[in-house]
Design a protein around this ligand. Sequence first.
Ligand SMILES: Nc1ncnc2c1ncn2[C@@H]1O[C@H](COP(=O)(O)OP(=O)(O)OP(=O)(O)O)[C@@H](O)[C@H]1O
Ligand SMILES: [Mg+2]
Length: 220
Amino acid sequence: MSISIQNLHFQYENNHPIFNGCSLSIHQGELVAILGLSGSGKSTLLRLIAGLEKPTSGTIIMNEMTLSSSNIFVDPSKRQIGMVFQDYALFPHLSVYENIAFGLFKLKKNEKEPIVNDMLQTVGLLDKKDYYPHELSGGQQQRVALARSLVANPKVLLLDEPFSNLDTELRTQIRKDLKTILAERNITGIFATHDLSDAKDIADRMLVLKEGLFLEKSID
Ligand SMILES: Nc1ncnc2c1ncn2[C@@H]1O[C@H](COP(=O)(O)OP(=O)(O)OP(=O)(O)O)[C@@H](O)[C@H]1O
Ligand SMILES: [Mg+2]
């Protein structure tokens, strides 16, 4: 799905404006990296696209469907947009398996099992399926969060600093896997990162968010 943002304005209550009329177009199937300093608004942009924040004004359109405008606001659960949060936001009282299966509540147990096991295999956590989040390292929790959002078959996947807690080897591996998974399923991806090498390695396009505007950055 393509994403088109037009004339976006947003500010948190009692804070200065973060977006002051910016626009952004992302094509179907593209993997776009959003770079920018801490506090520049990367997470806020993802939250606005996911529908976790409401723009002050402006429109957000996915394909032909308006998600957010002056008189329309589509509920986050109806957007077919997956999000992996900066702090993972796993359910502490659910096991790894249950965390991943959470989004598949409509399916029967025997239908869920192969999907979840396949995803556990993809992110290398099959042997940790019965662990609880507090028993996992940061990088492992990050992979559970990624798996949880992918099993729901999103059309657009938003990732907030998805590689920040992974060691170098795992980081390279997960980056490659993510790129492959998104390409195979034709999922449009947008990820926020501080890390230029993360962006260069897998993004089709890099944008730097600075003072509420997106500046194109060349990959090479
Ligand atoms: N819930 C909130 N209420 C008020 N202000 C907020 C809230 N969340 C973020 N902000 C402010 O909005 C600005 C942008 O924050 P945001 O989290 O989007 O930045 P970021 O680019 O993701 O930073 P980082 O790289 O550190 O994750 C910051 O100045 C922050 O203080
Ligand atoms: Mg952030």
